[in-house]
Write a new protein. Sequence first.
Length: 167
Amino acid sequence: MSNKKKIYLASPLGFYESGRIFLYEHLIPLVESLNLEVIDPWRLTAESEIKKVSSISDYVERKKQWERLNLIIGENNKNGIENSDGLLAVLDGSDVDSGTASEIGFAYGIGKRITAYRSDFRLSSDNEGSVVNLQVEYFIKKSGGKIATSLQSLREELIRCFISSSP
């Protein structure tokens, strides 16, 4: 049994090739280099299941199977967050990904520490007093986390949140 703290990694990075490269070649290795275990939602549901449903030619049947699989994916992600010691959220993009925002809200609601990474310099806030959506930022800050803007500052934030102190 592992003593490593488990960090759920909420992000939209798995949706596109450049995101997957960053996720698997930079972000996850950074987290794992700190002896933290990553709970990767992109790996919680078998890719073969997704491909199987995607390949159904009949629209009605494909829609029915997506509805079924969506519940499985949602349950897997919920369980991943519940079984984590905290959450790392990637906030890049013109707006925070809706799934990532939902995972942040759920994690906060069940008392998880949340930290975040946003390297995107574009403005994405409700006003000059926030970096991203004010409610998303509230949940991160009130849980004890911060929004890091570089991989080096993210490393420091992960150490502060999950290694140097108890969430």
